[in-house]
Design a protein. Sequence first.
Length: 88
Amino acid sequence: MQLTAPATTRPRTRDADGMAVASFVLGLLGLLVFNVFLGPTAIVLAAASLWRGTKRKGRAYLGLGLGVADLLVLLAFVQMDSTVSWSF
């Protein structure tokens, strides 16, 4: 006798899918503001979601790429301005 309905999706996979989307959004947002914090966060979330077996691998890879791009943009502005913070 089964008292509960069988789970159709594992919560771990849903969490990984959410992390993949979050890494994409944070990586995209990090290109505009706070790239020193949002870039590494996007990289960590993308790696964690790929490790947990997300179904949204494309978004996780995009989040990973955008996180790396955030750090490259920061590096370019630091090289141009010779400071850790940059302004227009």
